[in-house]
Structure formats: structure tokens, C-alpha cells
Design a protein around this ligand. Structure first.
Ligand SMILES: [Zn+2]
Length: 660
């Protein structure tokens, strides 16, 4: 089995993780889970970066030993990751002995290679960034550009790493391996930086009480960035377990934020080259998650707590939002409104609706047991197969939002098929084979969608599969075995509570424009979250809609105008053999003549139709009904339980006239 070693950035532990931090872990988790689904033996590593001076200060402030403080923060971080269902295989902390050993081994090798030399550093240092600053890195008033605080002026004996020596080698590597850093915009940034030349960097700090001692001069500690980067190698045994290291290194993918690309794509590969260690295969620099367009920052009050977001609608909808709505690699935005809209559109109205329809119809019409009729591929099968292919191609290229969108396409197609086939009518008219085919095919499209959403929404996937009577251990799902269309089989379908009850817009939402900057009720965390863990109990009640057509779901005039309604004249009509309902008609649309099949045979005699003017949807894709291709749809009032009544005109317009 091919191996896939995947890492995320490790986090400073001076504050709890916010939603921006969680975004990276969730995206990486979707990749890890997808790789497992695709059959890779995956090692997914995350961790905490504990040797920063801020950690030492924070611990001292709280009257704690630094390590005790780090232990507490490690519990906080891992409990957030568990709540978000992040499936890491290993969580490394830089205070662990395996990590210390790896750091000391790597820096010793560089030292022996002549790449580390003593010198004196004099200059600015921002403790919040944990980085050395040149004048050009500061604001005109001499403040850190990120933290807006005055950096410290330090003068100390440090060891330097000959980064400058690796410039040409890095340029060569970038040229030979264009895939080394993606997306391409980040790669171009790094090439510009390399073009400008590299300076040697300080890799130690003197007189610091907290950090990993330099093996060749224990009076200094390893600079926290050098220390932190080594975690990726340490986590697979560098310096401790050579066999394991050989098996897993080089890493296949480092997922990092775009702000730390230089460390990962210039400094880290140079450190590895110097120590004779192969370079990672790929680095992906993702964008930032903003809150209503603002950078998440404590002082601006724009920090979103990932646990609060997960409590609001459940961890799976949050994971879905972060990876479906944000284009991986670009910056993305989060607001409670956007989150709820995504939830309603994709989950409540679409996937949740399909789950509900399939399971309830299975019970209503077939006592809960669906049988595969072995029917040949139809349009739904083809759409679903194509979407599954798009999904794989997108996820292989780390295009997470496109992969998610492909699943939505499948669900759309299944919902459309149900609407077009009208199984409730087939049940009435006793068309048993057609009904079996419709129910089976809808359940099969749903099953495939559930398999493919497993990386995005693992517990929802498991729950849908359970309801479909095809339980698998989520980790045992494989694209090869479980992601192709099945034409035969028997399924015992379970009914259950709504997975994602629709959120109705509060009056405040309707009264206020979506883009307003005013704080509104719905932008505050919901004090009474519906709390729907996918497998959990149903919230018993949610407010009844004020109208079946809430403003937020209405079409724009542009959307409506996409539907081309026309006047047509019926030239000929005959009943479709063996169907009580269907009437086949030849119609004149002015510019062309067409065949159209409509479910009006119970209400109209064929002879009475000839010469009539009807309204039709002219730009509908053709559909086969009882083997006859229908090109368009005739409009009729459709009373519940009654017969259709054709839309008519009080004068006869010319065939082809637009109706609007
Ligand atoms: Zn700073």
C-alpha cells in the first residue's frame, strides 16, 4: 500500500485555537480522510509548538511551570480537535524527548557540515512573532507590522546558519519540482524572494531559560522556529527510530498558512539539505479565514471559537462550510449568516431532504426494503458516475471545494430525478417496476454521496449509510470497493429524525439587508443552538415558516428569465400505450415542431387537445417517458389529489410567443 505522510503547522500555545487555526486542521483532515478512502496508508500528524518565549512568560504570569502550562494547553487543543472529528494519527509536542533528540541531531549534522557558525546578532526581535526583524520589516514608527508593538533591541552571541549558501540549490529545486509549493502564487512569491538573494539567519538564542540546548554549546538554546520545523521529521522518528523514518520520510504534504511560507519553503529545505535529509515532496500554503471580512483578532473582537461554531449546528456542518465554501488556497470568510445559509442550502434543503425522501418513501411504498431491479444505466447513473470522477480528480489536486461541489451535483441529480419521476404517482398507478427503479436509484445515488462525503462529514456519512442499511466502519470505506454504482441488491432502510432541520430566518434576517454592517441578532452566537450531532436525537421543534417562500430563497428576475416559457399549438395528440396518465403530443412552437409527453391523459381526451394553445417550458432538457423522448413540459395547475388543468389563454397568441 502506498504511504502518505501529511502534516499541519504546529501551533503556539499562548492562546486557545480560534476558528482560523481550526480551518487548517479541518482542511488537512479532509485530505487525510480522502487519502485513506483512496487506499493510502496515511500518517497524519499535528502538534503544538511549546518552546516560545511567550509560553514561558504566560506560564510565569499564571504561576505555573512552563511544562505544566503546556500540558494544560495540549489538553485544550486536542479536545477541540477531537470535537471537530480531526483524525490525526499522532500529536507531537516540541517538549517531548523524541523531538529534542531530533532537533539536536539535525543541528549537530549542520554544525559538522560547517553550516553553523558563531557570530553576534544585534537588531530587533518581536517576541510575539518570535522573529528577528530588519528595519524594512517594521512600520514607519518602528513597530512590528503584525503586532503593532515595539520590538526588542537585542545584542547577543548567536549561532548563524549559512542560508545564503543554499540559494542556488533552492532555485534548482523549485525549477525541477514545480509541484514543491502550491498554489502557484505562493511559489512565485518564493522565487522572487530567492531572486533577491538570501542572508544567513540566526538559529540560536543566548541566555534563554526555555528551549532545547545547542548540542555544541549548551549555553544557548535552539531558536524556536528552527526547533519547531524539525517536528515534521521528529514525528516519524528522525534521530530516534531510523527504520520508521525511512518508511515515512520524506513527507508527502505539509499544510501551512500562507504567512509562514518562507520558513517552510526556504529555511526548512535548506536546513534539511545541510543535514543531508531529503526534502518534503510538497507544501501547500492555504489562505486566511476572516470573520465578516476582518482578520480574526482578539483585540478586534473578531475571534470565533471553533467549539462554539461546532455547537451551533454540529461539527459536520462546520467542517462542510470550511471546506465547501472556502476555496482551498485562497482567503475565505466566515460569518454566522454565511454558515447558516450554507447549512440550509446544502444540508437541510438538499442532502438532508434526499435522505428524508429516500427513507420515508422506502417505508411508505416498500415496507422499508428496497430491491435493486438490475435496470440498465440511466441518466442519473451517468450523472452520478461523472460526479464521482470529478470528485476524485478535484481531491487528488487538493481542490476541496470542487470535490464537495461534485457531491452536491449528485444529490441535486437524485432530487431532480425523484421530482421528474413522481414515485407517488407511480405508486398510485401501480407501475411497480418503475417505482422500484426510482427508489433503488435514488437510494444508490444517496449511498454514493454518503461514501464521498465521508472525508468532509464523517459522522453524517456513517449515519446516512446506517439508515441505508449499508453500514461500514468509516475508516474501512474505500473508493475502489464502495464508490461505484450498484444495480442489484437488497437494502433494509431505517427511518430516523431529520439530520439537518431547516433553520428558518429570524424576522431580523428578513427585515435587514444581508450585507449590512450593523450587528444583528443572527450574527451573535445562537444562545439556543439546535445542537444536532448527526447521529443524535432530533430537536423536537423549530419555528414554523412564516411563508413557504422566505425572501432568502426567492429567485432573482434573472434566474426566472432563464426559464423560457412559450406558447405552443397542439398539432396532434395520442395516449401513450400502457399508461393511464401520459399523453403524447406534436406541438408547433412557431420556429419548430416538437414531441412532448405530458401527464394529462386522465383529464383530457386526445381529440379535445388538437388545435389548443398551451404554455410550455421550451428550454427544458429532453427526458424519456415510457420510452418516448419528451422535449419540453406543458404547464397545468396540479390540484392535490385531483386532475391537472391546462393553463389556457383567453385569446390565441401566435405559437412561439414568449410567456412571462
Ligand atoms: Zn510581531
Amino acid at each position: 500500500m502506498s504511504r502518505f505522510y501529511l502534516t499541519t503547522a504546529i501551533d503556539y500555545v499562548n492562546s486557545r485555537p480560534h476558528l482560523g487555526t481550526a480551518y487548517e486542521k479541518v482542511a488537512a483532515d479532509v485530505i487525510a480522510r480522502y487519502k485513506r478512502l483512496a487506499g493510502f496508508d496515511v500518517r497524519f500528524v499535528m502538534g503544538n509548538d511549546e518552546h516560545s518565549q511567550n509560553v514561558f512568560r504566560k506560564a510565569t504570569e499564571l504561576g505555573l511551570e512552563p511544562l505544566d502550562y503546556c500540558d494544560r494547553m495540549a489538553d485544550e487543543f486536542t479536545s477541540v480537535w477531537k470535537r471537530l472529528d480531526v483524525s490525526y494519527d499522532d500529536f507531537i509536542r516540541t517538549t517531548e524527548s523524541r523531538h529534542k533528540k531530533a532537533v539536536q541531531t539535525l543541528i549537530q549534522k549542520s554544525y559538522e557540515a560547517g553550516d553553523i557558525y558563531p557570530g553576534e546578532y544585534e537588531g530587533w526581535y518581536c517576541v510575539s512573532c518570535e522573529s528577528f526583524k530588519q528595519d524594512k520589516d517594521l512600520t514607519p514608527d518602528g513597530l512590528c507590522q503584525v503586532h503593532k508593538t515595539k520590538p526588542e533591541w537585542i545584542k547577543e552571541k548567536n549561532y548563524f546558519f549559512r542560508l545564503s549558501k543554499y540559494r542556488d540549490r533552492l532555485v534548482e529545486h523549485y525549477t525541477a519540482h514545480p509541484e514543491f509549493l502550491i498554489p502557484e502564487s505562493r511559489r512565485n512569491e518564493m522565487l522572487r524572494l530567492l531572486d533577491a538573494g538570501l542572508e544567513d539567519i540566526s538559529v540560536s538564542r543566548a541566555g534563554q531559560p526555555w528551549g532545547i540546548p545547542l548540542p555544541f554549546d549548551p549555553s544557548g538554546v535552539v531558536y524556536v522556529w528552527y526547533d519547531a520545523l524539525v517536528n515534521y521529521a521528529a514525528a516519524v522518528g528522525y534521530g530516534c527510530q531510523p527504520k520508521m523514518f525511512d518508511e515515512w520520510w520524506p513527507a508527502d504534504l505539509h499544510i501551512i498558512g500562507k504567512d509562514i511560507t518562507r520558513f517552510h519553503c526556504v529555511v526548512w529545505p535548506a536546513m534539511l539539505s545541510s543535514a543531508g535529509v531529503p526534502l518534503p515532496k510538497q507544501v501547500f500554503g492555504h489562505g486566511w479565514l476572516t470573520f465578516k471580512g476582518e482578520k480574526m483578532s482578539k483585540s478586534l473582537g473578531t475571534v470565533v471559537d471553533p467549539l462554539e461554531a461546532a455547537e451551533r449546528l454540529g461539527p459536520d456542518p462546520l467542517r462542510w462550510y470550511l471546506t465547501r465554501e472556502v476555496v482551498f488556497g485562497q482567503d475565505g470568510d466566515f460569518s454566522w449568516d454565511l454558515f447558516e445559509k450554507s447549512y440550509n442550502a446544502d444540508l437541510a434543503n438538499n442532502l438532508g431532504n434526499l435522505v428524508n425522501r429516500v427513507t420515508s418513501m422506502a417505508h411508505r411504498y416498500r415496507g422499508g426494503v428496497l430491491k435493486g431491479p438490475g435496470v440498465p444505466a440511466d441518466r442519473l447513473t451517468l450523472t452520478v458516475d461523472a460526479a464521482a470522477w470529478t470528485y476524485r480528480e478535484a481531491l487528488d489536486r487538493l481542490r476541496l471545494s470542487e470535490g464537495a461541489a461534485a457531491v452536491v451535483t449528485m444529490v441535486d441529480a437524485a432530487n431532480e430525478m425523484i421530482a421528474a419521476t413522481e414515485p407517488w404517482k407511480l405508486a398510485k398507478t401501480g407501475e411497480e417496476r418503475a417505482l422500484d427503479a426510482c427508489l433503488w436509484n435514488a437510494s444508490e445515488a444517496l449511498r454514493l454521496a454518503a461514501v464521498l462525503i465521508a472525508p468532509f462529514m464523517p459522522s453524517s456519512s456513517a449515519e446516512i449509510l446506517r439508515r441505508l442499511g449499508v453500514e461500514h466502519e468509516t475508516r474501512a470505506l474505500r473508493l475502489e470497493r464502495h464508490a461505484s454504482w450498484q444495480r442489484d441488491g437488497v437494502r433494509s432502510v431505517q427511518q430516523g429524525s431529520l439530520l439537518w432541520p431547516r433553520l428558518e430566518a429570524s424576522p431580523a434576517d428578513i427585515a435587514t439587508n444581508v450585507s449590512t454592517k450593523e450587528p444583528r441578532v443572527s450574527d451573535q452566537p445562537n444562545p439556543n443552538p439546535p445542537a444536532i450531532p448527526p447521529a443524535g436525537p432530533t430537536p423536537s421543534a423549530h419555528p414554523e415558516p412564516a411563508s413557504p417562500w422566505p425572501l432568502e430563497s426567492r429567485l432573482s428576475i434573472d434566474d426566472f428569465m432563464k426559464i423560457d416559457l412559450r406558447v405552443a399549438r397542439v398539432l396532434a395528440a395520442e395516449r401513450v400505450p400502457n399508461s393511464k396518465r401520459l399523453m403524447k403530443m406534436e406541438i408547433d412552437l412557431g420556429v419548430e415542431k416538437r414531441t412532448i409527453v405530458a401527464g394529462i391523459a386522465e383529464a383530457y381526451e386526445a381529440e379535445a387537445l388538437v388545435g389548443r394553445h398551451v404554455a410550455i417550458v421550451a428550454n427544458l432538457k429532453p427526458a424519456k417517458l415510457m420510452g418516448i423522448e419528451s422535449n419540453g413540459m406543458v404547464l397545468a395547475a396540479s390540484p392535490e389529489g385531483g386532475k391537472p388543468i391546462l393553463v389556457a389563454f383567453d385569446q390565441a397568441p401566435a405559437p412561439g410567443t414568449r410567456v412571462r
